[in-house]
Design a protein around this ligand. Structure first.
Ligand code: PLP
Length: 337
């Protein structure tokens, strides 16, 4: 694989497992065979998830300099900031995480939103968690630069990792590895996955998968489900990461577009719609698998809708990418009474 020339620091157990969602397939009329590749169970660090796969190709760059801190950014219940803290612990550095006010927190969650779930876990692991009031944006942020400047002023050497690891030069590589792994798993299972469905916000998970699939001429088989509610920005950023990653890999291919389904992100980033909650319960009750209201609840809602409306050929094998995130569920308890 083209990825072999890049240094990798192992943070995952190994290839992430693939579950067969037979019950869900059956409950949806047996039109397609649904499988899930379990990034939510990819590692023993904290609650695992997609960010660790990205960090595997970023950590060697961190270890090559004498950095003291990793600095990253996300919302209050961010998976990115949590997994930054866990990664820093693993490699013996400190973490500073900027936690912005990305979500209009429901009244019923206000008392606990900044205390439970992912932020609680960050605090347990000794993360220097900095709450700031700025709103949602997947791009590079002033509050992020402020944290970096602050550490430098104190004589430290911070290593910046942008939101979702996405705008990092190596941010797309981890999910190229996901695809190389998948190709091997297809051989072992004797199954070819006709479509791959993945949640998309800051873009590097989907971008890595698109680049990875492009190596095998299969980039058109990826369906991304937007959960940002700012789909133009997400699409533009994702395409940029795809083409940067292709260049890094030495893959002579320019990608101009990809399928981004924008129907499920409402009412905004970080809050579920009615269909999201229904989908979370449905998958929980049929498969015993948990998804969260911010990301995977929306992408599985998308998958279910696509099956229902006949978007996949009958009998096809559909791979759902479960990117993690269920550790934020306790910050959304009012939706599940
Ligand atoms: N799913 C989960 C659980 C996440 O934490 C994220 C992070 O943003 C995503 C999906 C979206 O992935 P990406 O930001 O790489 O587009």
């Amino acid at each position: 694989p083209l990825l072999d020339k890049f240094a990798k620091y192992p943070l995952l157990f190994g290839p992430s497992p693939i579950s067969k969602f037979d019950n869900l397939s059956k409950a949806l009329g047996k039109k397609v065979n649904i499988f899930a590749k379990r990034e939510d169970r990819n590692s023993g660090l904290a609650f695992a998830g997609n960010k660790l796969r990205k960090f595997e190709y970023i950590v060697p760059d961190i270890l090559a300099g004498d950095y003291t801190h990793i600095v990253s950014i996300g919302g209050i219940q961010s998976n990115q900031t949590l997994m930054t803290v866990a990664t820093a612990c693993k490699i013996g550095l400190k973490a500073v995480t900027v936690q912005e006010n990305w979500v209009p927190i429901p009244e019923a969650e206000k008392a606990t939103y900044d205390k439970v779930g992912n932020i609680e876990a960050s605090r347990i692991m000794g993360g220097d968690v900095r709450l700031v009031p700025d709103g949602f944006d997947i791009g590079l942020r002033k509050s992020f630069q402020d944290a970096i400047d602050d550490l430098k002023a104190q004589g430290f050497k911070p290593y910046p990792v942008p939101a979702g690891c996405s705008e990092h030069k190596y941010g797309g590589l981890g999910f190229v590895g996901f695809v190389d792994e998948l190709i091997e798993q297809e051989k072992q299972l004797g199954v070819k996955f006709d479509k791959v469905v993945v949640c998309c916000v800051t873009g590097s998970s989907a971008a890595g998968i698109i680049s990875g699939m492009a190596q095998y001429g299969r980039e058109k088989d990826v369906i991304a489900i937007d959960a940002s509610f700012t789909p133009e920005k997400t699409k533009e950023q994702t395409l940029r990461i795809v083409n940067n990653t292709n260049k890094l890999l030495g893959l002579d291919k320019t990608i101009d577009d990809f399928q981004l389904d924008t129907r499920f992100a409402h009412p905004c980033y970080g809050l579920p719609n009615e269909g999201t909650i229904e989908a979370i319960k449905f998958v929980g009750r049929t498969e015993g698998v948990l998804t969260d209201p911010v990301y995977e609840g929306k992408s599985i809602q998308g998958l279910i809708q696509l099956v229902k409306e006949g978007a996949f050929e009958e009998g096809s094998n559909v791979l759902y990418v479960h990117l993690g995130g269920a550790s934020a569920l306790s910050a959304y308890s009012s939706y599940f009474k």
